[in-house]
Design a protein around this ligand. Structure first.
Ligand code: ZN
Length: 521
């Protein structure tokens, strides 16, 4: 094996010291180590399977109880299974049989034909010609090897082509992107001075996951999502994006669908990439407002008068609170959930009146319950000296609790945290982790994102059309992704990368590069 597959033992924040201490482990020795793949989104992976269960467990079975996405093609009619009619797919594998997104043949075709290698390279390299920004960057592969998954860290590649070749050789079900190091991560064990191997830079990242909204979303839970609860992600993106731009001055912010139930932000500005952990923690802390797990009481405790970031956030979130929370989620329909609302209000007498009113009209909608708070307060149902300021503050806190972004800030705090690459395939849903065009944020439909299986069908269909209308010449000039619904996402990525490279370039060599890029694009 040309490089070691080294499962790491620290499942939270692997540090250089800890990970360098381990000896290279052969792939077949590592399977009983659940930590192999716990770096990020471990619960989205098919791996924490006990040794005795492993042999016969199939990926689609593992996800059967958590993944109800319609387009997962295992639900396809059985009669198509062994079709040999002329309409059958023309690609080398019959995908109606091989339904798993992580099937090696599916993965190979995806990486070969659809993955935007060149733009990924330019994105991480900040220049069309290879630099250490790319060459010293860590890639971590999740490798599916029959009886378990292996998490292979510290891979690095001098060029996009070598990365592509190794991905095609190893066929990871997904890969993650880590920091740029002081030296080539592959060589870290040959260094005499271990302290010489340090992470230097990485994008500032944010992670938002709908499972953190399970105590306030009523439409779905766990790994399931729908367009109603996706609105929580839409709200989160709006609030975080504007704060990063207006309060911190960042320009190059890319949001990426995580393939199932959340989104990641990659802040790519140079001044973001070179921030140390202390600065990252400061920004994460600035944006982190919702505290406490699902069971705890009051989750919002903020100073008054409100920080301008919170006033602005409330202005953004108020319409969403009305439409996407009160109307769409009806979060206080049950008396148990209504009790939680009352627990957040400050006036005991008012609460007694509200409780009485709601008990006498079962099923009263959350919009009405919310309006009742003010109308009963005005009609004097509260205590004699009702503190209207405290009531207003409590209502603002409630709006924040039900709308403000719930961030997994561990992802943001550390320079050396790894995060799943854009454009990889989520093994459970088959969906491509596409960038989200924030200019059309409201239009983004997570359930309409292309799946790898769907893309392969689109390519077949496109070829069929081609045969009929004789546009073969046109076809020769198109890349495969251009023939499919992946196109707008790759084009968005390309324009994002171009804008980033423009800002990075040294003015002295600007002209030279512009000329070479003019030829490339
Ligand atoms: Zn939902």
């Amino acid at each position: 094996m040309p490089h070691s597959i080294s499962p790491e033992t620290d499942n939270q924040n692997p540090t250089v010291e800890e990970t360098m201490a381990d000896a290279p482990t052969r792939a077949d020795e590592s399977q009983d180590n659940d930590d192999d793949i716990t770096m990020a989104e471990a619960n989205a992976l098919p791996v924490p399977v006990k040794e005795e269960d492993k042999k016969d467990v199939k990926l689609d079975e593992l996800f059967a109880d958590v993944d109800s996405d319609d387009e997962f093609p295992s639900s396809r009619p059985a009669e198509n299974k062994f079709s040999s009619s002329p309409e059958a797919p023309t690609s080398p594998i019959d995908r109606t049989v091989s339904v798993k997104a992580s099937d090696p043949d599916i993965m190979r075709m995806f990486y070969q034909r659809f993955f935007p290698w060149r733009y990924l390279f330019q994105w991480l390299n900040h220049s069309p010609t290879p630099t250490n920004d790319f060459g010293h960057r860590e890639f971590a592969f999740t490798l599916s090897r029959g009886d378990g998954d292996i998490y292979s860290r510290y891979n690095s590649f001098p060029s996009a082509d070598l990365l592509r070749k190794d991905v095609l050789r190893q066929l990871p079900t997904r890969f993650e992107i880590g920091p740029v190091y002081t030296t080539n991560p592959r060589d870290r064990k040959t260094l005499r001075n271990l302290n010489a191997f340090k992470p230097l830079s990485k994008e500032l990242c944010f992670d938002i996951d709908l499972t953190d909204y399970d105590d306030i979303r009523t439409c779905c839970d766990k790994a399931n999502i729908c367009n109603r609860c996706w609105q929580f992600i839409t709200m989160a993106i709006k609030v975080v994006d504007v704060a990063l731009r207006d309060d911190f001055g960042f320009k190059h912010i890319m949001w990426v669908y995580s393939g199932r139930r959340g989104a990641h932000a990659w802040v790519c500005d140079k001044k973001a990439r070179t921030m140390d952990d202390q600065k990252r923690r400061a920004i994460a802390g600035y944006l982190d407002v919702i505290r406490g797990g699902a069971q705890s009481g009051k989750k919002v405790n903020v100073w008054r008068p409100l920080h301008p970031h919170l006033s602005r956030s409330l202005n953004i979130l108020a319409p969403h609170f009305q439409e996407d929370v009160l109307e769409a989620q009806d979060p206080w329909a049950s008396s148990e959930r209504a009790e939680h609302l009352l627990s957040l209000l400050p006036d005991k007498a008012l609460n007694d009146s509200l409780r009485k009113k709601w008990d006498s009209s079962p099923g009263r909608a959350s919009t009405s319950k919310w309006a009742d708070i003010d109308s009963l307060a005005r009609s004097g149902s509260g205590s004699k000296n009702l503190d209207t300021k405290a009531l207003l503050d409590a209502k603002q806190d409630i709006v924040l609790e039900y709308t403000y972004p719930r961030l997994d800030i561990e992802v943001s705090k550390k320079l050396n945290h790894l995060l799943k690459s854009p454009f990889v395939v989520h093994p459970g849903t088959g969906r491509v982790c596409v960038p989200i065009d924030t200019r059309k944020l409201e239009d983004f439909d997570p359930l309409g994102v292309p799946t790898v299986q769907g893309l392969l069908e689109e390519i077949d269909a496109w070829k069929a059309d081609d045969g009929e209308d004789g546009s073969e010449d046109k076809a020769k000039n198109l890349q495969d992704w251009e023939k499919t619904s992946l196109r707008p996402y790759v084009e968005y990525f390309r324009s994002f990368v171009l804008a980033l490279m423009k800002d990075e370039r040294d003015p002295k060599i600007k002209r030279e590069r512009e000329e070479s890029e003019a030829m490339e694009f």
